[in-house]
Ligand binder design. Structure first.
Ligand code: ADP
Ligand code: MG
Length: 699
């Protein structure tokens, strides 16, 4: 095996390591070979010798082997040989955003921060291949670099010199564990919904196998290039990747969002304003008119409840999941997009997105072109510790739907495919939007069957809002005025910007912009939210707890008695607690008071009214949500069926004339309009056939 020739920096490194890292080296020697690497903080190196530190950043290919050599050759007081130990440098100041990488960075030592999006299996890779000449049995060692395996050209044994054949000897070759990762820019570092960019990483030795998709990391390493090979041959374009020297794991929430003392002052001042809830609501999607109750709920989602860790190792989520379902064209998608921009960490995805990783995670083969299985994180994993906005949830793929259950409640995503067993974290709040199956909502029907989504999934949302586009003169006019005003303000601003001689003044623009201006500047708002989530941990006061329990019990009571619908489930009680905590966080208060509890029940009630209400009796009924049909409706459908059967039995061919059915329905206190809608519904569910416009037949 060839030895690395002595580098120019070896002696300096020996002095440095002895002086700064003697204890760590002794510890390494004790634990070697279970532990094989020495972590060196860049600032220590800088303190020791500035020139050497700079040299590391500029010429890592000279410096890192020197450091390694020095470590391996240090005289140890104990009988140990660190013949395979490496030096890993951490806390590198050369942090380069992935999108700013340019050719000047090639062969430099860089720190790349982001999230692991894909990770391949760990597989051995040949470092030095041993070949035996089958003619003379001479063994030749060939160091391997690059993508292709290098084989000997001719036997180096002078007396032989033949061109093979050669046999590769696995036992005599040197292998290393290798893995490929793809790092993508973290959502919080992207401004206003730009597409994240990514960079591949080569990871070897002790570094492999730790980073799962969704993990936040800083990878320090050397930027390398390989020529792209196309069908036509070598292309002048390079593909770049980072050869990792060390990986730092970051798991603190919002560590990236820096809040200056002045900003903290401003945040504290805002939090003391009695109007803070109003300000925050008016800072969410101001260009969208109305929906105050939804915006209030969205505000609370941004702040979120407190995640809890129980002694049995389980974790209760603090994230508030919200679903918006409704007619098309009523600004659902707009609200989602706005939230993603506002959240300190937001990821937007569409349920029918073409991305191969889907919403959760998938294992795909050969993604890096080397035949290995790759685990790839989807939107919910990438939104870990943030908000995932998923539009068109009704159009999700079936695999995504089934893994959403776990993602929403346990906040993990398990992948078991092709020998890959992994649990990825998805501690995020889900904001979903869905359109009704038949284009528009039918008010006489429960929402579940009108949305292409399982009841069990629906019940995992803390709040569900139903947005119906019902013509309403007064409201329509207000929306129209609001939209036109927003456009008008925009037009004025653009004209002022683009046409030099315009009469429009800045004051004109500002006064017009007033209506669509967020009360709190979005940049400060993001910081406010990050500050609250980091520093505020509210505890529910006694009367707040009592209020929530009373509210819950009250709704449950309505479910007692033989025929009454069951109103609420325990899931809703948990939701109430989370929303109250979020409400306290808005004020930066560590106590959730009765006021917070009341705000919670107000919002919940407005939701339940839209969702869990039985369209016939007006009573709360979670059955409407979970099975899609309320109890009274189920009974009515049953009555209608009986009537139709009855009428049909009096006629030939099992056909019941509609007129007769309506008359009998009337006798059962189902008026004509209602009977029509029930028949419509039965037709859609396939319980009923209409052989001609005047007859129906039970199937
Ligand atoms: P959806 O996703 O619900 O189908 P979109 O979010 O795509 O609807 O909205 C359609 C358009 O209508 C958007 O440009 C939106 O701004 C506008 N719009 C709808 N309702 C409102 C409203 N209440 N205020 C302002 N704009 C609205
Ligand atoms: Mg939409």
């Amino acid at each position: 095996m060839k030895n690395i020739s002595a580098g120019k920096w070896d002696e300096k490194f020996k002095i440095f390591l002895k002086k700064y890292y003697w204890n760590e080296i002794l510890q390494l020697a004790n634990e070697y070979p279970d532990q094989r690497s020495l972590l060196v903080d860049f600032s220590d190196l800088e303190m020791f010798d500035r020139e050497l530190a700079d040299e590391l950043l500029e010429n890592p290919d000279d410096v890192i082997p020197s450091a390694k050599q020095a470590l391996q050759q240090i005289d140890l007081p104990i009988d140990a040989l660190l013949d395979d130990a490496t030096v890993q440098f951490i806390k590198i100041p050369n942090k380069v955003p992935i999108r700013d990488i340019r050719s000047v960075h090639l062969l430099k030592f860089l720190a790349i921060e982001g999230m692991v999006r894909k990770a391949t299996d760990v597989r051995p890779k040949v470092l030095i291949a041993a070949y035996k000449c089958l003619r003379c049995e001479h063994i030749v060692y060939i160091p391997q670099a690059g993508k292709k395996l290098f084989e000997p050209f001719e036997c180096e044994n002078e007396t032989c010199g033949k061109k093979g054949p050669f046999e590769m000897l696995v036992r005599e070759s040197t292998q290393i564990d290798a893995q490929r990762l793809q790092i993508q820019e973290s959502p919080e570092n992207l401004k206003g919904g730009t597409q994240p960019q990514s960079l591949d990483m080569d990871v070897e030795g002790a570094l492999v196998g730790h980073a799962t998709p969704g993990t936040r990391v800083i990878v320090n390493g050397t930027l390398r290039s390989i020529l792209r090979i196309t069908k036509e041959g070598k292309s002048p374009f390079y593909d770049i990747y980072l050869q990792a020297n060390s990986i730092e794991y970051i798991d603190t929430e919002f560590s990236e969002i820096e809040i200056t003392p002045e900003e903290e002052e401003e945040i504290l001042k805002l939090s003391r304003d009695p109007q803070i809830y109003d300000h925050i609501v008016k800072s969410i999607a101001p260009s969208i008119y109305g929906y105050e109750d939804i915006k209030e709920a969205l505000a609370l989602q941004l702040f979120s409840g407190v995640p809890k860790h129980l002694p049995d190792g389980s974790r209760i989520r603090g994230d508030i999941h919200i679903l918006l379902v409704g007619d098309p064209g009523i600004a659902k998608s707009q609200l989602l997009r706005y939230m993603v921009k506002l959240a300190p960490r937001g990821v937007f995805a569409s349920g029918k997105s073409a991305s191969s990783s889907g919403l959760t995670a998938t294992a795909v083969k050969d993604d890096f072109g080397d035949g290995r299985w790759t685990l790839e994180a989807g939107a919910l994993v990438m939104a870990d510790m943030g908000i995932a906005a998923i539009d068109e949830m009704d159009k999700m793929r079936t695999e995504d739907k089934s893994s959403l259950h776990e993602a929403m409640e346990q906040q993990t995503i398990s992948v078991a495919k092709a020998g890959i067993l992994a649990t990825l974290r998805s501690r995020c709040a889900l904001l979903g939007a869905a359109n009704p199956k038949y284009g528009r909502f039918d008010r006489y029907e429960g929402i579940a069957p009108q949305i292409n989504m399982e009841p069990a999934l629906m019940s995992r949302f803390d709040l569900i809002f139903v947005l119906m586009d019902i013509p309403d003169k007064e409201r329509d006019l207000k929306i129209a005025e609001h939209i036109v005003k927003a456009h008008h303000a925009g037009e004025m601003s653009e004209q002022r910007l683009l046409i030099p001689g315009t009469m429009i003044t800045k004051e004109d623009v500002d006064s017009e912009m007033q209506v669509v201006m967020p009360h709190i500047n979005p940049e400060i708002m993001r910081k406010y939210i990050a500050y609250a989530k980091k520093n505020v941990v509210p505890v529910l006061e006694e009367d707040a707890r009592k209020h929530l329990i009373d509210f819950y019990m009250n709704l449950r009571v309505k479910g007692e008695g033989k025929d009454a619908p069951v109103p609420v489930t325990a899931r809703q009680l948990e939701a109430l607690v989370r929303i109250s905590e979020a409400s306290a966080r808005v004020r930066l208060s560590n106590v959730a008071t009765l006021e917070d509890a009341k705000r919670t029940t107000k919002i919940t009630l407005s939701c339940l009214k839209q969702v869990g209400i039985d369209p016939d009796t007006g009573a709360f009924d979670v059955d409407v949500l979970t099975s899609g049909t309320s109890k009274s409706q189920r009974t009515k459908i049953k009555i209608m069926k009986d009537i139709i059967r009855n009428v049909a039995s009096r006629h030939s061919g099992g056909k019941a004339p509609l007129e007769e059915v309506y008359v009998e329905a009337e006798a059962e206190k189902i008026d004509r309009e209602h009977a029509e809608s029930l028949i419509d519904k039965m037709k859609r569910t396939g319980d009923l056939l209409m052989p001609d416009p005047t007859h129906v037949r039970i199937i």
